[in-house]
Ligand binder design. Sequence first.
Ligand code: FPP
Length: 233
Amino acid sequence: MDKNNLPKHVGIIMDGNGRWATERGMKRSMGHKAGSENLKELCDHIYDLGIPILSVFAFSTENFKRDVQEVNYLMNLFIQMFEKEFAFLKKKDVRVIFSGRRDNLPANVLKAMDKMSKETENCKHAIFNVCLNYGGQYEILDMAKEIAQEVEEGKITSKDIDLTTVRSHLYQDLPDLDLVIRTSGEQRISNFMLYQSAYAEYYFPKTYFPDFNAHEFDLAIEEYQRRTRKFGG
Ligand code: FPP
């Protein structure tokens, strides 16, 4: 791996937790638990490598359609992760931010999210962007509404709107994704950071997320480094 040619922003669609558990005769929730443990180890590895931004798809706006028990399990897992398991991120100087809609999320989840972002707000080494109750089409819709509101209030005119305006009204003002990984063999983008992945390289390993370890991540980086990026040129 060439440490001088690392992607600056990596996205991971953490897919296959359910299948990982089912194939082992376990409940789907155990797959999410294993996925969360793997995510901790991956974060450790990714930030040690020197990758400055990691975005993960933790829960989509559509995931609320799942069985209520699975949704509740995930919500409690998020609380546990933000209150306890991700404390090491602050020690690694990683700022935790969230992308998504706040409505529909239980108050105790919002509280844990707010605490996590507040506690790490001055961290400078890297960024961990957690997409939770997130949908890429809603992000574009919410951006359009915010800009329309500013025009209506006379803060800007429609002539002022450019790509900088658009980016600054997304959930987070982050650089575009360089590499998007979706585990489990599915080759879909499923509404993940649509605007920010305009020129992203995609990588679709067959491995289920709980088994997508540091070694597998390095293989993704090596594949990324073999690609020629053209940005339309
Ligand atoms: C998709 O696998 C995974 C999810 C909907 C949840 C991802 C959540 C975690 C890894 C937990 C920890 C995350 C954070 C940020 C604290 P799936 O259930 O759709 O798998 P399947 O396609 O095999 O059913």
